[in-house]
Write a protein that binds this ligand. Structure first.
Ligand SMILES: Cc1ncc(COP(=O)(O)O)c(C=O)c1O
Length: 380
């Protein structure tokens, strides 16, 4: 059986209740949701509503309608950038970001549509709120940062950054791909205006799920126009949230799984999940310290990290190491640049990248011991 340690990409396995909920929903209620439809359509619509209520409670949004279901976190981020930014805007981001933040912003910069400042993280992979404050100009419309690095797991001081950003009346976008379901977030207290998340990582839903929270003060343009399951006589996309941003048949089967995933996370408790995952990376880090020529990246203080750790070896480049772990030991980790080239350049690990290990709630110390044993065998 594969030892899966790639939960930063997507969580696996999902809790049993998620598989069961999707099976049940798929067999009994998988109709096209619609506010003006038959009983099954209404039941499917109810599942979407339930998911929105759960997200809103979980992250303390202003109302369930402000949560828009998306394909994944990338979809949510694109919806936010392309729907909100206007010609001549200045945007601040960081060198820690995933390509789903970096690429749309860089493309807009190359087109001459926006100007962009990329603030550098320090050696631990942490952003300095003062550096962001200093970078804000009268043209700055948005500060866009990830809550935790997907390469080294460092959690960013988003409370302090949110404070700085709100004081200057700039929009604050947070990419919660690596923290949703692991680190508590209150979008209102943290002054978050746009909050993008995947449903398929820490929230334990299936792939094909994600969401964007749009605070009431944000002006956003339509993303894709089409059917909304109601108000069909309207010649253009109805302005009403969330339908304004949700044209077309939504992934209601995925949302049924996501809602159950959120319930599971709530019943386990975020702190317990994070402590378990970070504890496993600590255990690995201690074992890696004993292998010659291995360098580990990230914050040494476990309280500043989620359960994601990166390392590299002088003996073997990350892609080869990843291949051997997969082929010879059936251990799934993620080697390479992790869609985050700028931080690898800063760490000095470009272009081979690192080996990223990201345990999930169902991994055990025995899994980490198998990985550490395999590494000792390969690298000695
Ligand atoms: C920090 C970060 N942002 C965004 C994404 C994109 O998420 P998705 O795969 O759901 O589009 C990822 C995916 O790994 C990520 O780690």
């Amino acid at each position: 059986m594969t030892i899966y340690l790639d939960n930063a990409a997507t969580s696996f396995p999902k809790p049993e209740a998620v598989y069961q909920a999707m099976d049940r929903f798929g067999r009994a209620s998988l109709a096209n949701p619609g506010r003006a439809g038959h009983k099954m359509a209404l039941a499917a619509e109810h599942t979407l509503d339930d998911g929105r209520h759960r997200l809103n409670r979980f992250f303390n949004g202003t109302s369930p309608e402000r949560w828009v279901f998306t394909l994944n976190c990338t979809d949510a981020l694109n919806m936010a950038f392309k729907g909100v930014l206007q010609a001549g805007d200045h945007v601040i981001t960081s060198d820690l970001e995933h390509n789903s933040v970096s690429r749309p912003l860089r493309a807009m910069e190359l087109d001459g549509f926006i100007t962009l400042t990329r603030v550098k993280a320090d050696g631990t992979g942490t952003l300095d709120p003062d550096a962001i404050k200093v970078a804000i100009t009268p043209k700055t419309r948005m500060v866009a940062v990830g809550h935790a690095s997907n390469v080294i797991g460092t959690v960013q001081p988003i409370a302090e950054i949110g404070q700085v950003v709100r004081e200057r009346d700039v929009l604050f976008l947070v990419d919660a791909a690596q923290t949703a379901g692991v680190v508590p977030v209150d979008v209102q207290t943290l002054h978050i205006d746009l909050f993008a998340l995947p449903g398929h990582k820490g929230l334990m839903g299936p792939t094909g799920t994600g969401a964007l929270y749009v605070a009431p003060r944000v002006k956003i343009n339509v993303w894709r126009e089409g059917g909304t399951g109601g108000d069909s006589s309207n010649e253009v996309q109805p302005k009403e949230f969330p339908y304004f941003l949700e044209g077309g048949t939504p992934n209601v089967l995925g949302v049924a799984g996501l809602s159950t995933g959120i319930q599971w996370v709530e019943s386990e408790g975020l702190q317990k999940i994070r402590t378990h995952e970070v504890g496993l990376t600590e255990w690995l880090w201690r074992q890696l310290d004993g292998i010659d020529g291995v360098q580990v990246y990230g914050h040494r203080d476990a309280a500043r990290r989620v359960g994601t750790l990166s390392f590299r070896s002088e003996t073997l480049a990350a892609p080869e190491l990843g291949g051997i772990l997969d082929q010879a030991f059936d251990i799934a980790i993620r080697p390479g640049l992790h869609c985050a080239p700028y931080i690898h350049r800063s760490l000095g690990t470009f272009p081979d990248g690192t080996v990223r290990v990201s345990p999930g709630p169902f991994n055990t110390e025995a899994d980490i011991d198998r990985l550490a044993g395999a590494l000792r065998e390969i690298l000695s």
